[in-house]
Structures are given as C-alpha cells and as structure tokens.
Design a protein around this ligand. Structure first.
Ligand SMILES: *Cc1c(COP(=O)(O)O)cnc(C)c1O
Length: 399
C-alpha cells in the first residue's frame, strides 16, 4: 500500500476511462477530417459529431440542437451567464440571483457583470451549505434576468434543490441556469423534469478528457457568442470542433450514466466509512450536509491545523487530497465556500477535501483514515495554536 498512489481528488479531475480513450483514438489518425469540410473525410467527422451530440443530449433528456460544445465547464458557465445578461439588458433587466458557494467560473463572471452595471444578489446557504428555494422566490424581482445556482458544490459536495428552484423560476418567467459540472455522470439529470433552462457540464469530472464540455440551452433560449469566428455550433461557438474530445466525452458520459446507481451506492458506502473514521478525530467537523451530498465527497475542518501541511504529509503517504478547490490552492485566502457556511478563518484554513471514485477500495479508505488520524495528531503536536487550546489559553471553535 505504501508505494501505491491513492487518488482522492476526483472533484479536481478524474482519470480518463479506458472506454473514453478507446473511443477517441480513431479520431486522431483515421477520422481526422474537419466536420465543416464538404469532402468525405469531413463528412465522416460530421456524422460522428452529430452522433455524439445525440448521445449526449439523450443522457440529460435534451434535444441534440440544445447542446453547444465548449472548452469545458468554465466556458459553459461564462456563456450561459453572459447570454442571459445580454438578453436581460436588451429589455432593461439587470438583476441576477446566484449563491455564495458557486464556482469561480460563475462568481468571477458575475463580478465582471457587476462592473458593467448589473446588480447581483448572492444568496447565503446556512451551515448545511444548501440554498433555500424560498430565498430564491423572495429575491426575484421584475428586473431579474437570471437565476444561476449550482447543481452540486465542488468543495463540500452539497446537492442543491435545483428542481424546486427551477420550478420557482419557471413560474416567475426567469431563466434558470445550473452549473452541473460536479453532478453530471454522478447524479441523475433530466433537464425537463428538473425545470432547467441552461446547464453546464465538463467531461473531465466524469472520466472524460480535459478541455471539453457543453452548455445545454433549452429551445427558445438565445445564446450569445463568447468566441467569435466561424459558424460552428449553429453560429454559437466558433472554432473547429474538438472531435476526439467530444467523442470521448460522449463515451464517458454514457458509461457514467449507465453506472450511476451502482457507482453511487458503492462510492457513498466508502464515503460514509471515511466520514465515520475521520469523525473520530477530536475537534473535527464535517463540512456540508451529511446526507444531501455527492456520493464521493468528504470535507472536514480540523482545529489547530494548516491545510497545506496536512496535504503535504498525506502526499508523503501516497494520498492525493485537496484542501478545497484546485483553483484556490496556492492562494492564502480561505475557501469562500467554507466561509459561506460559517466556518471562521482559523478553521477554514485547516480543511481537507477527499473526493472518491468507483476505483477506490475499502482498503484504501481504511489506510486513509489511519493516515489522516496520524497526520492530524502529529501536526497538532507541533502546533503552537493547539498548545494554547489544550492549555486553556484559547477556546476551541470546533467542540
Ligand atoms: C471543475 C468545475 C468547473 C470548471 O470546469 P472546467 O472544465 O475545468 O473549466 C466549474 N464548475 C464546477 C462546479 C467545477 O467543479
């Protein structure tokens, strides 16, 4: 076990599945035409593209022409939000509702729009890390042009009540976008059943390749271009289509969706075993609702610990973990998600995210529980903050 890598950072990215890799290979050196070309090589690629679009649409209950391929989740989020904002501006509506725990692809896009005169309401989530649909209802105004609330959170794994929020938006006639990057391939998605108008997906979070994703936009929703150029994607996203990646994404999404129930049962059993084991560490707390969370997400805060050193020592033991989102690592700011669920700065710095996949085993989980216990114990033994806590000079934040 010592020499083997235990990969527990599947919320950051996943291993590309064999199925996806094998599906992609012919599209590098055999079917390599440009789907916009009229000759047969191009038309073979165009057929494969159309087939992938249909298969992807089927996985989320959409129509093929409601799918726009993008470079990933970030681009899909940008395009959804900017499109709704531009449409709103035309009719004088400049108010957007979102949540405090969104991914930066959403939050930073909203920041930019604020500078351009839009007004943004960020809903709070409470300690459980879940948006209250009633808050959405209460904050919708006549000038609201978009509600964007993520399907599932990338740091604490909480699953949001998207169907209810979508219902409220539909009744109010406001478009509803959801960043489903952590949900796709892991939770059931049906855009019509769940009242979703726009939905962002990224392949590399469900064992597909990196740098590819898509934006679903319900028929009737007008998308604006982020990338200008040729007429690909019905004129909504210029650039020669990344055919191998699109084929890989279709294969990975189908594989993930076919196995959703089986994988969710297996992974959530491992997750709960991990949560139970880590909970035995004194002055530790689980972040996010214990039940309404992604099958593979575990996120804890430990009193008296620096997240950074925790990760390095776990890495020494072969465990790949994260202290929150991959995007925040390297910066000293504590996670905006942990702050939003009310964790004080001191605690938010001592966080650990372990995100599982169907490849993890119960042996790996038990090894990880022991390693986390050992490393937290060691870091506390050399921590001046911890010494103050046990000497009663400071009060514990986590009981
Ligand atoms: C990973 C992630 C993104 C960004 O997707 P990319 O394909 O890496 O651009 C957006 N939102 C959430 C919730 C994510 O987890």
């Amino acid at each position: 076990m010592e020499n083997k890598m235990i990969y527990l950072d599947n919320a950051a990215t996943t291993k590309t599945s064999r199925t996806a890799i094998e599906a992609m290979l012919p599209f590098f050196d055999s079917v390599y035409g440009n789907p916009s070309s009229l000759h047969s090589a191009g038309q073979r690629a165009a057929e494969a593209l159309s087939d992938a679009r249909q298969r992807i649409a089927r996985c989320i209950g959409a129509l093929p022409n409601e799918i726009t391929f993008t470079s990933g989740g970030s681009e899909a989020d940008n395009q959804a939000i900017v499109s709704a904002a531009l449409a709103g501006k035309k009719s004088g509506n400049n108010h957007i509702i979102s949540s405090a725990i969104e991914h930066h692809a959403v939050l930073h896009t909203l920041k930019k729009l604020e500078k351009e005169g839009f007004e943004v309401t960020l809903l709070s989530v409470g300690e459980k890390g879940i948006v209250d649909p009633d808050e959405v209802r209460k904050n919708i105004r006549p000038e609201t042009c978009l509600v964007t609330v993520m399907f599932a959170n990338n740091e604490i794994g909480t699953i949001q009540p998207v169907k209810e929020i979508g219902r409220i938006c539909r009744d109010a006639g406001v478009p509803f976008h959801t960043d489903a990057v952590q949900a796709a391939g892991h939770l059931d998605i049906d855009v019509s059943e769940q009242n979703i108008d726009m939905l962002s997906v990224s392949a590399h979070k469900f064992h597909g390749p990196k740098g590819i994703g898509f934006l679903y936009a319900k028929k009737g929703i007008r998308l604006s271009n982020i990338i200008e150029g040729g007429a690909q994607e019905r004129g909504k996203r210029a650039g020669t289509e990344n055919i191998p990646a699109i084929i890989g994404m279709a294969a990975a999404l189908e594989e993930a969706c076919d196995g959703i129930e089986k994988n969710a049962a297996r992974i959530s059993a491992l997750r709960d075993r991990l949560i139970d084991g880590i909970s035995e560490i004194p002055h530790s707390v689980l972040n996010g609702d214990a039940k309404k969370r992604l099958p593979g997400n575990v996120n804890f805060c430990f009193e008296g610990i620096e997240g950074e050193s925790l990760l390095l020592l776990l890495d020494d033991r072969g465990i790949c973990a994260s202290s929150g989102s991959a995007c925040t690592s390297g910066s000293l700011d504590p996670s905006h998600v942990l702050l939003a669920i009310g964790r004080p700065h001191e605690i938010a710095h001592g966080s650990l995210r372990l995100s599982l996949s169907e490849e993890n085993t119960s042996e790996e989980i038990d090894y990880t529980i022991d390693a986390v216990k050992e490393v937290v114990g060691y870091l506390r033994s050399i921590s001046p903050v911890w010494r103050d806590l046990i000497n009663g000079k400071k009060n514990y934040i986590v009981q």
